[in-house]
Design a protein around this ligand. Structure first.
Ligand code: FES
Length: 101
């Protein structure tokens, strides 16, 4: 949300990787290495289906301040899911749209 993009995220990949695999650009500076925090998202539904944040993600979220410690703020490039999740992230675009195709 808010673009209404639906991603099928495989067990072995992150939300960020699933977006790229299916033709979407997810905002990033570091390319998914977990260092820029540009990919940050908000989980609006299905938080129980999100795997716990690892050390790299927890460190990155800590730099974003108190709202990031709410358990619903996550880094897309680190987030793995086990079931349906609804997230809010502005700027997710289909590659074709960006190229005017
Ligand atoms: S893409 Fe840079 S931290 Fe996730």
């Amino acid at each position: 949300m808010p673009a209404g993009v639906v991603l099928d995220v495989a067990d072995t990949e992150t939300v960020f990787d699933a977006a790229h695999r299916t033709g979407y650009l997810w905002p990033t500076v570091c390319g998914g290495l977990g260092t820029c925090r540009t990919c940050v998202l908000k989980v609006s539904e299905g938080a129980d289906n999100c795997k716990p944040a690892g050390e790299l993600e927890r460190e990155g979220l800590a730099t974003l301040g108190p709202p990031a410690g709410d358990g619903r703020t996550r880094l897309a490039c680190q987030l793995r899911v086990t079931g349906p999740v609804v997230v809010v992230k502005r700027g997710v675009r289909r590659v074709k749209e960006l190229r005017g195709l």
